[in-house]
Every structure is written in C-alpha cells, then in structure tokens.
Design a protein around this ligand. Structure first.
Ligand code: F6R
Length: 216
C-alpha cells in the first residue's frame, strides 16, 4: 500500500521489462501460467489475453516460448473439461505455483471466478457477469463484442500458490477491497478467500485503499 494518488502508476509488465532490459533480470528459468483467457478468442486475436501478454511482456524478455502457458480460448467444447484438468495437472507436475499476481474485479472476482464461485473450484469454463463484461468493454469495440465466457484458473488452483499478490488501483476498487479484506470470508466475494492465505500481499494505491479501516 502507499502509492500516492496522482503519482504515475508504472505498469507491472512495463517495470519487469525495464528490469530485464536495464538491469539484466533473467527470465530464462521462469515458467508462466496465465490466470484466464476469453473463451472464443484465438491467441492471435489482439483482444485476447494471450496477445496482450505477448505484446506487453513476453516478447520483450528472455522467457522461453515453451515455458509460457495461457488457457486456450479456442478449445473445442467437448474437450474443455479434459483441457482444464490438464492445465491444473501441468501446474502440479511443474511443482505448483510459486507466485500468483492478480487483480480484483468490481464485485470481487479473482481470475474470472465471479461471485458464487466455489472456493474448491479448479480451472474451468465460466460465464462472465454482465458487470465484468461492461467493465472490460473498454478494451472492445462494443459491449456485444465482449465474450460471454472465459476459461479461468479456479479459486483452489490460485490458493495453491505459495505467494499471492493482489493489485488494486483506483477508487472504483475501494468498496470491494474493503469488503474482501475486512469483511466475512464468503464465496459471494471470491477475493475474500485471500484472508485465509498465509502469504497474501495486497498492493493498492491510495484511492483503492481509501475505505480500509486498518491501514498499514
Ligand atoms: C483478467 C482478470 C481479472 C482482472 C480484474 C481487474 O485477466 O483475471 O480478474 O484482473 O477484472 O481488472 P482491472 O485491473 O483491469 O480492473
């Protein structure tokens, strides 16, 4: 916590690229698993998370293409369950998640685990709430163009990570951040599960942190 409101936020990927380019931060042994991908978007679609990650991060650092994992937004309907199971299994086979960095949705989603997602959920296909589609429509030509479903890591998959970092910025996240961190732990607010993680770090700017009672 503690970014003064009004300071220019440095994007996380931007900073990682800077650290690589200017200070030699090495990604050669890093493996990544993206939290989610819109269902129905190809990796080449510029609106996919896959394309976003390549454009803003992967192509600028020395990560091996084989070490990059993003859920397949085009997986055939009849293969989704097996595919999602294999995504979780690969994470386990490679030793589990060390660090998971995530945002928080206006209604408390992490990944695309919308309110009501079971805490024991694994990677799966989910329906996006209208609020999520409206919030994310800023990246799309129209609300209609925002996919209605996504493949997301489950809450249990995320909680299996050794360390969690939740990033929140802007006043629009103030209410939900306070509820998630200081209210009851409930599946109605998926991010509230972070209260039960032993090593969860919250990084919020002043505006997002403004409704917290206990401030660092
Ligand atoms: C996106 C994702 C979402 C976002 C969340 C916050 O991959 O998993 O949970 O992190 O909707 O998004 P911003 O930070 O854009 O408000």
């Amino acid at each position: 916590m503690g970014l003064p409101t009004g300071s220019t936020p440095i994007g996380m990927y931007e900073e990682l690229v800077r650290l690589h380019t200017k200070e030699g931060l090495d990604f050669s042994r890093v493996r990544t698993f993206n939290l989610d991908e819109y269902y129905g978007l190809s990796p080449e679609n510029p609106l996919s998370y896959n394309a976003y990650m390549h454009l803003n991060f992967f192509r600028h650092v020395n990560i091996a293409p084989a070490n990059i994992h993003v859920p397949d937004g085009l997986i055939q309907t009849d293969r989704i369950a097996a595919y999602c199971k294999s995504y979780d299994e690969l994470i386990q086979k490679l030793g589990g998640l060390d660090l998971t960095v995530m945002g928080i949705g206006r209604l408390g989603h992490i990944g695309f685990n919308e309110p009501g997602s079971p805490f024991d959920s694994r990677t799966r296909l989910v329906d996006l709430l209208e609020e999520t589609r409206i919030d994310n429509s800023r990246f799309f030509p129209s609300l209609d163009a925002v996919p209605r479903q996504a493949i997301t890591m489950g809450i249990s998959t995320i909680m299996g990570s050794q360390t969690l970092i939740l990033l929140a910025s802007g006043g629009g996240k103030a209410d939900i951040l306070a509820k998630a961190l200081e209210g009851p732990v409930t599946e109605g607010i998926p991010a509230s599960i972070l209260q039960r993680h032993e090593n969860a770090i919250i990084i919020a700017d002043e505006a997002a942190a403004s409704k917290l009672k206990r401030r660092a």
